[in-house]
Design a protein around this ligand. Sequence first.
Ligand SMILES: [Zn+2]
Length: 146
Amino acid sequence: MSKDKRLGPTEADRQRWHDEGAPVFDKIMERAKEILTEGDPPRVTLSDGTQVYPEHRMIVPETGMQKGYVVLADEERAKGFVRPYRDTYVHIKCGVVTKMGRTIAETYARDPFFYSGTYCAHCHAHFPVGMNGEFFWDGSKEKVGT
Ligand SMILES: [Zn+2]
């Protein structure tokens, strides 16, 4: 029995399939790379545009604010807002209005569900946002984070 009588493709077949298939394979890999990139989490920075560092959540005792706040990066916010730009909100518990920085306000406008809580300038502390949260956008009945 000669070697060529074995079942399955010959080495020549494999080589030919490989050569013919290579461009298709490259295209599949290219598309796979695109899909993987699309699935990447959005890039974030701190509100002043600097890199996120692990201790940014530490509270500054004098103000009760964090050392830094994470925002969506410039290029993410540039993709467009799904809510109006608003930068002032009311804390239900104390009735005081807090104004936030532009990059945080833009992050809310781009992704209303980005944050789980926010800061009250009167209470000097953070409280939850969302449907059951403690904040309304100033001048509206719309909860922050919805
Ligand atoms: Zn308050």
